[in-house]
Write a protein that binds this ligand. Sequence first.
Ligand SMILES: CC(=O)SCCNC(=O)CCNC(=O)[C@H](O)C(C)(C)COP(=O)(O)OP(=O)(O)OC[C@H]1O[C@@H](n2cnc3c(N)ncnc32)[C@H](O)[C@@H]1OP(=O)(O)O
Length: 221
Amino acid sequence: MTKENHIYVIGSGGHSKVVIDILESMNRYTIIGIVDPFRKPNEIIHGYTVLGDETILKKENNQYKRGIVAIGDNWIRSQWVLKVKSICPSFEYITAIHPYSFISKDSKVGKGSVIMAGAIVNSNSVVGEHCIVNTNSSIDHDNSLGYCASIAPGVTTGGNVKIGDYSAISIGATMKHGIEIGAHTIIGAGSTVLSNIESSKVAYGTPAKVIRDRKKGDKYL
Ligand SMILES: CC(=O)SCCNC(=O)CCNC(=O)[C@H](O)C(C)(C)COP(=O)(O)OP(=O)(O)OC[C@H]1O[C@@H](n2cnc3c(N)ncnc32)[C@H](O)[C@@H]1OP(=O)(O)O
């Protein structure tokens, strides 16, 4: 193993455990340990040692500068990406792609993103950086998923769907073809989205309707 294969996992919650399973199933990386300021150093999480807080990433003699932010909340994940950039500007992000997922040969997955088991990314789609394409979800052709956006388990999109930066499509939602979702918007669990939804909204139901406004970073999980 070269040092390029050695990675940090940042975050230690439920999402992090799934990401660790994916990284192990890829059989390509050695996980150095977990970075999380909210855990006791040396605690073992999902088989790996908590190394401490983010200052570990800036140690002068630290030869390892790769990893992934494994935090489920889109806004919190984005803030950690910024924090890591300020501590270690040369830090590089890997993608975690489960071997039992399908990604079309002409689709792209941005750095730091996670594609979980059973997920499908069909032809000519773009998954942005630091996204989550969760278990058994399906992104159809010509879609785009913005920066730090996510689709939850079992989400299905038709063709030509655009999901804005930081937006989250919740568990089991279905999106008609050609739909556009703005930035920082949450589509509620089980919704059927038949029309465009603007930025900074919470929308749900069948058909999905805007229920209220939201501010960026408001909790949704
Ligand atoms: C691996 C993983 O775990 S990935 C994460 C999986 N989890 C998700 O995707 C869930 C994301 N969260 C949701 O979908 C939430 O329902 C949200 C964020 C859309 C709304 O949450 P809140 O604003 O807190 O709504 P709250 O729970 O207070 O409900 C308010 C009302 O709206 C209704 N409601 C809330 N969400 C929905 C929905 N998706 N569809 C229909 N009705 C809903 C509630 O039943 C409640 O109705 P009532 O007042 O008649 O009792």
